[in-house]
Design a protein around this ligand. Structure first.
Ligand code: SF4
Ligand code: SF4
Ligand code: FES
Length: 323
């Protein structure tokens, strides 16, 4: 028995640079069962209603990473997003191309920026020439060593995380969540001899631009959890090189403040982050904040039972050291 169908309304982003000066949204309606993937619906629109619609796809089973797009404003794989739940939540399905990459036509984007960042982290093993891998036979790794990769080998390079990332949107020099998760994968690979160099190079090259919003982790269809691996990279970079960047100085200063008094001393944190000279560039902003919040000038008193906060940090530091 065939599943009952319901009318499903689509608003699809259309843009053809050969003929359009502005993008527009085109409306289509199809009768579909709730389990129909959005990709299947788009292919039916193209076959039955409008052969001019452009989109990218291949496997139709959430493995090739080709069909990522914005579905009701979320970066998703069209082949694993079903129309029923989208209609229940939004009453219609708005389909748009991925963000942070230029649109070539309709739902097809130019992925060059995404792949450029991926290439930039040198996604291959760097071996010590004195210790080459044995030729013709595989090298072995212990289960504990494999465990350190976490979920990073699951990545299918769909770019949903890149599309969702506000740091990419704000600063095109940010490598993006997928490239950083991939970098993590090589940093923890026991066969790679460049892990220290990789960490030192990524510190001034965008690592600290991550806003810790976790939107990449939310968008990832394979649960790679890029934001957590970026956090790990930050911790490892500080261990290797100390707090040498503004972002790392801010992170370390934040912790120092909490360990000291259990509360932020904001003036001290600004000094720790920017240094005495760098603080001069913040004078305008500082005056504005001080006008609204005079108490910022005073050194805060330690909270009651601050030693409990100190114990938490001691326990965290001990756990970190034993990893
Ligand atoms: S956590 Fe960082 S990398 Fe992930 S989306 Fe937010 S800013 Fe981008
Ligand atoms: S990390 Fe996840 S969202 Fe990002 S490219 Fe890989 S699979 Fe796609
Ligand atoms: S078509 Fe391959 S992941 Fe969707």
């Amino acid at each position: 028995m065939s599943e009952p169908t319901v009318p499903v309304s689509f608003e699809v982003y259309r843009f053809d640079p050969a003929t359009d000066t502005q993008p527009r949204y085109q409306r289509y309606t199809l009768d579909l069962s709730p389990h129909t993937p959005v990709l299947t619906a788009l292919l039916r629109i193209r076959a039955e209603l409008d052969p001019s619609l452009s989109l990218r796809y291949s496997c139709r089973s959430a493995i090739c990473g080709s069909c990522a797009m914005q579905i009701n404003s979320k970066s998703r794989l069209a082949c694993e997003t079903h129309v029923g739940p989208e209609m229940e939540r939004h009453g219609r399905i708005v389909v748009e191309p991925m963000r942070n990459q230029p649109v070539l036509r309709d739902l097809v984007v130019d992925q060059a920026p995404f792949w450029r960042e991926y290439n930039g982290i040198e996604p291959h093993l760097k071996l010590d020439p004195a210790h080459p891998m044995p030729e013709g036979r595989p090298t072995s790794m212990s289960p504990e060593e494999v465990e350190r990769f976490k979920e990073t080998p699951r990545c299918i390079a769909c770019a949903a995380c890149y599309s969702a990332c506000p740091a990419v949107e704000a600063d095109s020099s940010f490598p993006g969540p997928m490239a950083l998760a991939k970098l993590y994968r090589f940093v923890v690979d026991p066969r790679d001899q460049a892990h220290q160099d990789r960490l030192v190079r990524i510190q001034p090259n965008g690592l600290w631009l991550c806003l810790r919003c976790h939107l990449c982790t939310e968008a990832c269809p394979k649960d790679v959890r890029p934001s957590e691996r970026i956090r790990d990279l930050k911790e490892m970079a500080i261990q290797v090189q100390g707090a040498t960047e503004r972002g790392s100085r801010h992170a370390v200063g934040f912790k120092d403040n909490l360990v000291d008094r259990g509360v932020l001393n904001e003036m001290k944190l600004v000094r720790q982050t920017y240094g005495m000279v760098g603080m001069l560039s913040q004078v305008g902003q500082g005056l504005k904040i001080m006008r609204k919040k005079r108490e910022i000038m005073h050194k805060p008193r330690a909270i009651q039972n601050v030693e409990e906060v100190q114990k938490i940090y001691e326990a965290l530091d001990t756990k970190e050291a034993s990893r």
